[in-house]
Design a binder for this molecule. Sequence first.
Ligand code: UD1
Length: 416
Amino acid sequence: MDIWRIRGGNRLNGACRVQGSKNASLPILAAAILAPKESTLTNVPRLRDIDAALRILRCLGCETDQRGNEVYINASGVTRSVIPHELMLEMRSSVIFMGALLARCGEARLSPPGGCQLGKRPIDLHLKALRRLGAEVVEQGGEIVCRAENLRGTEIVLPFPSVGATENVMLAATAAKGETVLRGAAREPEIVALQDYLNKTGCRVRGAGSGTIYIAERRSADAVRHRVIADRIVAATMACALAAAGGEIELLDVSPRHFSTVLHFLKQAGCDIMCQNRGVRLRSDGKLRAVGEIRTEPYPGFPTDAQPVLTAALLKAKGTTLVRETIFENRFRQVPELRRLGADIRLDGQRAEIRGVERLHGAVLNATDLRGGASMIVAGLSAEGETLVRDEGHIRRGYEALDQRLAELGAEIRLE
Ligand code: UD1
């Protein structure tokens, strides 16, 4: 059990380099089994989910090596197309191996994925899209079996821009005969990052970042070296921590464009924000204003993953903020915990109303999931006295040395 011990009240000051993106790394790790030659990925964060993905790669027959933030993968020995149940349970994104395995081996066998309990999280869109590419998909005895002798390019329309389904189609379609046109695709920066990596390994993908992605037959390619983009949700978390605690920080090596909706609300709440090309400088006096209404949406809308941390930053903001969650059914699990700090949050289904309070006081909280856990740390930084966040490892699934990063900026925080 991780215990995050925070003494609130310190201002944050200094510069912080933003870690590489978990959600960009994971699909690229799955895509690595398609690369004809070795891949070296840099700026890969050291996280439990990354370890799980590397275990899956080894289990499939890849050779992997991890040194600091650099990961080497040689996929020439991939022989297996089955992902064991224990590994599937470790994280949600293991489902992206489905498209990659289908492309590489013509078969994928796996069980439904684990990950944060944010709601139902079905994978019907993934399966339907893979069937359109010519795969035979059967769900039997708790196992999903996909097979395709010959995948064929076609037009696929996603009724909702699912990030995971978009990634699965991109991966599977690299092995299809003829061009695939994916409409209604997710537009997240992580999708553009996957396209960039795939193209380095000889694939011909274009359109990522827009609603239509074209995937053509691949060519051969040499070994690749690829840098993972910065984690926009970690950047958003640090920005929200600063907003709540007050102070002045500079976030380095991150594109402000990737989390501009979060910056927009922080500005509206009263923070000074100066965007640079590869970073952003933020200043807050810790006295925030409510921001009206926040509504989570697919990118380029406000990200659901940043909703809990922004909510936490606004607990003391003057006035009332309304939060509408439209992506996941279960994204307010942290709310009862935040109330223990003295927060005034009213919940009504997928809607939360935050009435700013004068002060928050330390308490013992239980991390409910990855971003919910991070929101408790953000709130703890602006609470009086000591806050303990008891965590079964959720936060470390997505944040690399979060205690150290915050402590370097002047926060009193310790991970025990
Ligand atoms: C990815 C991110 C996650 C983020 C989410 C939304 C990774 C590893 N994870 O998750 O951090 O919170 O995007 O930005 O990148 N849906 C269906 N059927 C499907 C697929 C999805 O109904 O087949 C629904 C989901 O239940 C959910 C919504 O679509 O309500 C969004 O899901 P999706 O975009 O697929 O999220 P993930 O790829 O799981």
